[in-house]
Design a binder for this molecule. Structure first.
Ligand code: 4GY
Length: 246
């Protein structure tokens, strides 16, 4: 996977890229990251990247030229066009499903804005899609871009030490994750659930499934509508419903 990031704040990415997992993935040649300051593509000698909005109003708007020029430089017209993702609260909400879909590409281009936003022509003619990481407003698209890079990278085979860990996460099967414990079995009187110490693999598996269901039902009930449930799952959920009234 290759990530090309267009940003005015390339330094924001240095700590992130030096982070253990991402760094190791780089060393293994599994990911490649290019951080490009789109100010380098500004037209005039003052390297202006923003201007006042037509029609008036607050804030500065990012000019179209640096984005169009940078993209022309990055994309070879003979190659398959990579997705160009623009980070924006107006975009499609990022989900694990979306992350998995993005991870199927060999290359992603990420556009990070600032100030009052992008000239609409960047949305229309440079970006292929807009992605939002959630319903809140940040000062720029850099953190969202890192979130995409992080979540997509860990879906690439070999990036995580253990290839199974990405499959076991919350959301892998549409449910929240079951509670995890490690030693000691008792700390300050707080006990690890008996079943986990029992060594009965079938009982443990059943308990974990039920705790995943319980958590999802308690915290994110809307997720249950999208999950494939077994008859046993349904019986357990019905029990939770029945207990609720008591
Ligand atoms: N939320 N999800 C988000 C954001 C900041 C002004 C355009 C978000 O993705 N991006 O809040 N971005 C704005 C700041 C320019 C991006």
């Amino acid at each position: 996977m290759r990530f090309d990031v267009l940003t005015l704040f390339p330094d924001m990415f240095t700590g992130f890229i030096q982070n253990s997992m991402i760094q190791k993935a780089h060393e293994k040649g599994l990911i490649e990251t290019r951080i490009i300051n789109f100010r380098d593509y500004a037209f005039n000698k003052h390297r202006t990247v923003d201007d006042i909005p037509y029609g008036g109003g607050d804030g500065m708007v990012l000019k179209p030229e640096p984005f169009f020029e940078a993209i022309d430089d990055l994309i070879d017209p003979n190659e398959e066009k990579p997705p160009v993702l623009l980070m924006s609260p107006q975009g499609e909400r990022l989900t694990q499903q979306k992350v998995n879909q993005l991870a199927t590409h060999s290359r992603l281009i990420l556009l990070c804005g600032h100030y009052a936003g992008f000239d609409e022509r960047i949305h229309q003619y440079v970006a292929t899609e807009e992605i939002s990481i959630g319903d809140y407003v940040l000062t720029g698209g850099e953190l969202p871009a890192m979130i995409i890079m992080d979540s997509v990278s860990r879906q690439i085979p070999g990036v995580l030490g253990n290839t199974l860990s990405a499959q076991n996460d919350s959301f892998a099967d549409g449910l929240l994750e079951y509670p995890q414990y490690t030693r000691p079995a008792e700390y300050r009187g707080y006990q690890v659930p008996e079943v986990l110490l029992s060594g009965h693999h079938l009982r443990i598996e059943k308990w974990r499934r039920q705790e995943s269901l319980r958590r999802t039902w308690e915290r994110r009930p809307e997720l249950l509508d999208k999950v494939t449930l077994t008859e046993e799952d349904r019986i357990f959920l019905r029990q939770l419903e029945d207990q609720q009234g008591e």
